[in-house]
Design a protein around this ligand. Structure first.
Ligand SMILES: Cc1cc2nc3c(=O)[nH]c(=O)nc-3n(C[C@H](O)[C@H](O)[C@H](O)COP(=O)(O)O)c2cc1C
Length: 221
C-alpha cells in the first residue's frame, strides 16, 4: 500500500469510529450547544408563572392552569404568582439597588423575587388592557430592575399567554412585540406564545382550542 492509500484508509477508519461514537451517545439536536436530546428532555425546571388578571375565573388564568398542567406532567416545579392578588408597588426610580441589589420598596415583590432569580423559565400571562399588559403584571416586570443584573443574560426560557376580546390579529401585535423585545433584551429563550382572541366574558376561552394550545405548550417545555 502506498503512502497516499494508507492515509486515505486511516482517515476513513477514523471517520467511521467518530460516527459510531456519536450515534451511541444519543440523538443530537441542532442549536443546543451539542447536548444530547435525552439530557435536554430530562432536565427538570423551576418555572415561575406570572399571571396578570384580577379575574380568578377569567380567560388568562385558565390558560395559565392549562400550561401548568402540561408542565407539571413533565415533572417541572411551578411557582405561580398571581400579580393581582399581591401588593406590588410601581417602580420609584431611586436606583438605590443599582440594578442588582436590595429594593427600598418593602412589599410582595420580595415573595417572587428569589423565585425569579432561581427560575429556569418565566411565563408571562396577561389579558389585553388597552392594547398592553395588565398594570398588575407590568408593575412586577418593572420591579425586575432590582434584579436586572442577576436575571439578564441568565440561561432562562420564557413563554407568553394572552387573551383579548377583539378578533383582529393585528391588535395583538404590540403585546407580542413587547414580549419578544423583553425576552431578547433579557437574553431568554422564547419557547412560544398562545394568543387567544375573541374572548370577552370570564371563562369563554374554555370553549376554544386555546386551552389545549396552552396545555401543549406546557407539555413541550
Ligand atoms: C380594563 C380593560 C381593558 C381592556 N382592553 C381591551 C382591548 O384593548 N382590546 C380588547 O380586545 N379587549 C380588551 N379588554 C377585554 C379583555 O382583554 C378580555 O375580556 C380578556 O379575555 C380578559 O381576560 P381575563 O378573563 O383573563 O381577565 C379589556 C378589558 C378590560 C377590563
Amino acid at each position: 500500500m502506498n503512502r497516499r492509500k494508507f492515509l486515505k484508509r486511516t482517515a476513513a477508519v477514523a471517520a467511521i469510529a467518530l460516527l459510531a461514537k456519536t450515534a451511541s451517545a444519543g440523538k443530537w439536536i441542532a442549536g443546543t450547544a451539542g447536548l444530547p436530546a435525552e439530557t435536554l428532555k430530562s432536565k427538570k425546571m423551576n418555572i415561575v408563572v406570572l399571571t396578570g388578571s384580577p379575574r380568578r375565573n377569567g380567560n388568562t388564568n385558565y390558560l395559565a392552569e392549562q400550561f401548568i398542567k402540561g408542565a407539571e406532567e413533565n415533572e417541572h416545579t411551578v411557582f405561580r404568582f398571581n400579580c393581582a392578588e399581591h401588593k406590588v408597588a410601581g417602580y420609584m426610580a431611586c436606583n438605590r439597588c443599582g440594578m442588582d441589589g436590595e429594593c427600598v420598596l418593602k412589599d410582595d415583590f420580595s415573595i417572587v423575587r428569589p423565585h425569579l432569580v432561581g427560575a429556569d423559565m418565566v411565563v408571562f400571562v396577561t389579558p389585553m388592557y388597552y392594547f398592553g399588559f395588565s398594570s398588575q403584571l407590568k408593575s412586577v416586570i418593572d420591579r425586575f430592575y432590582a434584579i436586572n443584573g442577576r436575571i439578564k443574560g441568565a440561561p432562562k426560557k420564557t413563554a407568553f399567554l394572552m387573551a383579548y376580546a377583539d378578533t383582529a390579529e393585528s391588535e395583538a401585535e404590540p403585546m407580542l412585540l413587547h414580549y419578544r423585545t423583553l425576552s431578547r433584551y433579557l437574553g431568554w429563550k422564547d419557547c412560544g406564545a398562545v394568543v387567544a382572541p375573541g374572548v370577552w366574558t370570564a371563562g369563554s376561552v374554555k370553549s376554544t382550542r386555546y386551552g389545549d394550545d396552552a396545555y401543549r405548550l406546557g407539555k413541550s417545555v
